[in-house]
Write a protein that binds this ligand. Structure first.
Ligand code: AMP
Length: 281
């Protein structure tokens, strides 16, 4: 497995692979791998792609009071896991290579970036869209792999691909969960054992709303009220939002219709946890 530390080396590695007739699958990550990350890599490999994993904790997507400095890291373990799975190369650029002095250009996916998580993390999705477009331009993938865990991110990236004519198919992998339903996340490492016991409240609440919907409930404010009340029952959970939005354009709904995402963000101790499910009626 190659370890690529510069954009230049990465571009030449990719052009070599393409010359050999290989297709390229890109898995963008911030590292500290768990089974969710590994699923994305496996899927890309299953499809026969020479699989490039980017490992970059992107400062542009963190707010000033967020966890950029403390984001969990275990580089050697990540590299061992990626190698074992059959990844072709890990691209791990420096911040200076990605955003050299004088860097000026950012991508804004309007309207989709300032709701849900975007409302609580101003500038986050601008940073995400910018780094993903840069990764697409550096790696020129034939396909890119993202997780449903970050449901809003997926909608924003698909919109950017469409609006900027990028012609890169995006495959979305279902959320990989722990046995108790908690969505795997690098940030789960921030939880103390007691806080970890509170973390299932997110998925339990999503499942509660799913059940109400299966039983015929279509009124969004009523569903959201039930969701909030359920999260309130967990004393360690500090709700940021729970919302139901159309998966087309993240517009709010009054009555359920078509395909929609129920999404929530909850602070548990030092960790900001997110989860979502997509349903259709
Ligand atoms: P991150 O390193 O957290 O930025 O995540 C890198 C990629 O892995 C993103 O596309 C995430 O959506 C995806 N991912 C993270 N957690 C999970 C999970 N539990 N299940 C599926 N995909 C995930």
């Amino acid at each position: 497995m190659e370890i690529l530390k510069t954009i230049r080396d990465t571009k030449s590695c990719i052009s070599e692979l393409k010359k050999q007739g290989q297709t390229i699958g890109l898995v963008p990550t911030m590292g500290y791998f768990h089974d969710g990350h590994l699923e994305l890599m496996r899927r890309s490999l299953e499809k026969g792609h020479a699989t490039i994993v980017s490992l970059f904790v992107n400062p542009a997507q963190f707010g000033p009071a967020e966890d950029f400095d403390s984001y969990p890291k275990n580089l050697q373990r990540d590299l061992d896991l990626a190698k074992e799975i059959g990844v072709k190369a890990v691209f791990m650029p420096t911040i200076n290579d990605m955003y050299p002095k004088g860097y000026k250009t950012y991508v804004e996916v309007e309207g989709l970036s300032n709701v849900l998580c975007g409302e609580h993390r101003p500038g986050h999705f601008r940073g995400v869209a910018t780094v993903v477009l840069k990764l697409f331009n550096i790696v020129k993938p034939d396909e890119a792999f993202f997780g449903q865990k970050d449901g809003q991110q997926v909608i924003i990236i698909k919109k950017m691909v469409q609006d900027l004519d990028l012609d890169i198919p995006i495959e979305v992998i279902p959320t990989v969960r722990e046995e108790d339903g908690v969505a795997m996340s690098s940030r789960n490492a921030y939880l103390s054992p007691v806080e970890r016991q509170a973390a299932p409240i997110l998925y339990q609440t999503l499942k509660l709303l799913e059940e109400m919907i299966l039983e015929g409930e279509r009124n969004v404010s009523l569903l959201l009220e039930a969701g909030k009340n359920n999260i309130l029952k967990e004393p360690l959970a500090d709700l940021q939002y729970i919302d139901i939005r159309s998966t087309d354009d993240l517009s709010p709904l009054e009555e359920l219709r078509g395909e929609f995402m129920i999404a929530t963000a909850v602070k548990v101790g030092p960790a900001r946890l997110i989860d979502n499910i997509v349903l259709r009626v």
